[in-house]
Ligand binder design. Structure first.
Ligand code: PLP
Length: 404
């Protein structure tokens, strides 16, 4: 099991106060805190290896390039991709999805259909709507039941002659539902349709094996997995990445440039125009090492314990409504108490030192599905303790009573 007190010592921010109360950070699904070893990796890059990558023959440029390529190999191993050519560095999940939507958009025709689910984050809805400015494509939406489970029969019924793509989240950032992505990918492939998985909420908690899943694309963000802000990953099957047009043009993504004709660099560089965030990428490598040292299974078991305690505790509060009640859900619990506004609850919880997310969680269609404007969400990371969870439950009880 994990030594949580030892883990907490690696996060100076957890020792600070908010409103003169000890901070209890319950917003890891929005962004995780960063352990010292990752911050040290950033320092080390700035102090010792700061030079542009893939450009210079000089020693420090070579060192920086090696660190970026070492992280690419760590990411490949982390998600078990077949080749580093299939690992593209982006700014985050959002940019990864925009890259696919933008490049794929060129290959779509009027009347084509894309399948999404009602529980998608806006970053897996709006990029597909942007294609609608160029092509008359249709978005088809998989519904859920009240528990927060996707309706797989309805999903399969959505496939038709014009279905061209499926994009769905692995784990819902609101409901915590872990979707049966392998089964859904198999169904899509039986219809000859490729699939993108938004893994923003899965990669920090679950072991990912893109080859076993068979997904065509997989996207995630570093800042949600104890890594630095501003870096993300897009995994794409080599066949698709070779077929797709570049997303952005610029330095480093070219083979040869003339005013008459430009050729593109081989994978993965064809999709990495301009100077990448090589400092952040190197630090993502340190975050992956950190997660692997702790062990994803240990992290998941710890978070599961916190989630169970939070769910049981919150359910004892009068008027409590928890959204997302599937077994084996991810480490988030979204709720409302009576008719209290989520924002009011969040402000009062903050006064007591508890950092939670409130509002629509960038999932307005899902809010509409449950007929609410917003929810309060507590989400857990490896550094949270059972004691914090118990104190949180009592704080929610107190805030609900205060709001009458
Ligand atoms: N997808 C899901 C499921 C998320 O939870 C988030 C962020 O909360 C995103 C996508 C967007 O991630 P980013 O803002 O890091 O690009």
């Amino acid at each position: 099991m994990l030594d949580v007190e030892k883990i907490r010592a690696e996060y100076p921010i957890l020792g600070r106060t908010v409103e003169d109360k000890p901070l209890v950070y319950l917003d890891t699904a929005a962004t995780s805190q960063t352990p010292r070893c990752v911050v040290e990796a950033i320092d080390e890059m700035y102090y010792c290896h700061k030079a542009n990558v893939h450009r210079g023959v000089h020693t420090i440029s070579q060192e920086a390039t090696d660190l970026v390529e070492l992280t690419r190999e760590k990411v490949r191993d982390f998600i078990h991709a077949a080749s580093t050519e299939e690992i593209i560095f982006t700014r985050g999940t959002t940019e990864s999805i925009n890259l696919v939507a933008s490049s794929l958009g060129d290959m779509l025709y009027n009347g084509d259909e894309i399948i999404l689910t009602v529980m998608e984050h806006h970053s897996n809805i709006v990029p597909w709507q942007l294609i609608q400015r160029r092509k008359r494509i249709k978005l088809c939406v998989v519904p859920i039941n009240d528990q927060g489970e996707l309706n797989l029969e309805a999903y399969e019924d959505l496939f038709g002659d014009n279905t061209r793509f499926v994009a769905l989240c692995h784990v819902s950032n609101v409901l915590g539902t872990v979707n049966p992505v392998k089964e859904m990918i198999d169904i899509a492939h039986r219809h000859g349709v490729p699939v993108l998985i938004d893994g923003a909420q899965a990669a920090p908690h679950n072991a990912i094996d893109v080859q076993e899943l068979g997904c065509d694309f997989y996207a995630f963000s570093s800042h949600k997995m104890y890594g630095p802000v501003g870096v993300g990953v897009l995994y794409g099957k080599r066949h698709w990445l070779n077929t797709m047009a570049p997303y952005q043009g610029g330095g480093e993504m070219i083979g040869q440039v003339s005013f008459e004709r430009t050729t593109f660099a081989p994978l993965p560089f064809k999709f990495e125009a301009g100077t990448p965030d090589y400092v952040g990428i190197a630090a993502l490598g340190a975050a992956i090492d950190y997660i692997q040292r702790l062990g994803l299974e240990n992290i998941a078991a710890h978070e599961h314990q916190l989630l169970e305690a939070a769910t049981t505790g919150l359910m004892s509060i009068e008027g409590m409504r928890i959204f997302g009640n599937t077994p084996d859900k991810g480490a988030v619990v979204s709720f409302l108490v009576g008719n209290h506004n989520s924002y009011d609850m969040g402000v009062l919880l903050d006064k007591l030192g508890f950092a939670v997310r409130t509002g629509h969680h960038c999932a307005q269609p899902l809010m509409a599905r449950y007929n609410v404007d917003g929810m309060v969400r507590a989400s857990f990371g490896v550094y949270n303790t059972l004691d914090e969870v118990h104190r949180f439950v009592e704080a929610v009880r107190r805030v609900a009573a205060l709001l009458g």
